[in-house]
Design a protein around this ligand. Structure first.
Ligand code: IPE
Ligand code: IPE
Ligand code: MG
Length: 252
């Protein structure tokens, strides 16, 4: 059992006891609200993204401490290309900076870094940094950190279908071999269990093209805080609430 003693908003002492045996194996987070966080402070949106990177550092550490095995962070969607060029460039730059400054520490802690999404569309420098980080950490055995970058759930499914067609045409598989399990192996998340818990801060309650196939039986948890303000305590609270849900999977 982990015990947490922290003051709640009305200053009552609150003791959250998490059941160590029921820690979600895979937690996925839609890191949202960076822009609004910055706007509230009269700062440019890019400052919000920068602050959001600090939250990533804290939350990845906390996830590891709590015994989560897989964490997936939605960092850039296939629709985010619609944003002004400056913002898109700032997000690419931040990813490169994050990897440059963090991958050594992640590697030291046994973290396996993976990227979900089509990285072939990214600039050379960005792609190279991603590939090097994946290569460096691929044999680690600790927490798996999936960064969803240029990721879209529909895009992922279409890509899977195309690759299945290619495999059928090449005679590698037969139409009748395609099962739900087999299909999952064509997704970016192959070798990764479906998310148990999907967290979205910033008050929005939508999926925004995230893990569409994988979220079939995920538990959803929303919070009004913007991602830069998302705390370790918020993650603990999400897990606490998750542990008090009844996952029925269509049964009784
Ligand atoms: C971060 O938050 C999510 C990314 C796409 C990087 P936003 O940039 O969407 O912030 P809001 O939603 O405009 O506040
Ligand atoms: C979802 O956030 C994508 C990421 C967090 C990377 P958005 O801010 O792009 O989603 P919408 O536009 O509010 O649905
Ligand atoms: Mg947003």
């Amino acid at each position: 059992m982990f015990n947490f003693f922290k003051a709640t908003k009305n200053n009552e002492e609150l003791n959250i006891e998490l059941d160590e045996k029921n820690i979600p194996q895979h937690v996925a987070i839609i890191m949202d609200g960076n822009g609004r966080w910055a706007k509230k402070r009269n700062m440019p949106r890019s400052m919000g993204h920068k602050a959001g990177v600090e939250t990533i550092r804290r939350i990845v550490k906390e996830a590891d401490r709590l015994g989560i095995k897989f964490i997936t962070l939605y960092a850039f969607s296939t629709e985010n290309w619609k944003r002004p060029k400056d913002e898109v460039n700032a997000l690419m730059k931040l990813l490169v900076q994050y990897l440059k400054s963090e991958v050594g520490e992640l590697h030291k802690n046994g973290v396996v870094l993976r990227v979900l999404g089509d990285i072939s569309q990214l600039q050379e420098e960005c792609r190279k940094e991603i590939e090097d980080s994946i290569e460096l950490t691929k044999n680690n055995t600790g927490l798996v950190l999936n960064v969803a970058f240029n990721y879209g759930g529909r895009d992922e499914i279409v890509r899977a279908v195309k690759n299945i067609v290619i495999d059928i045409e090449n005679g590698n598989i037969n139409k009748d071999d395609i099962t739900k399990e087999r299909f999952s192996e064509y997704l970016y998340t192959k070798n990764c269990p479906d998310p148990d818990l999907i967290i979205r801060p910033s008050g929005e309650q939508r999926i925004s093209n995230f893990l569409l196939w994988q979220c079939a039986y995920s538990e959803f948890w929303y919070s009004n805080v913007n991602w830069p303000d998302f705390s370790e305590r918020d993650l603990q609270q999400a897990i606490y609430d998750y542990q008090n849900r009844d996952r029925r999977y269509g049964g009784v």
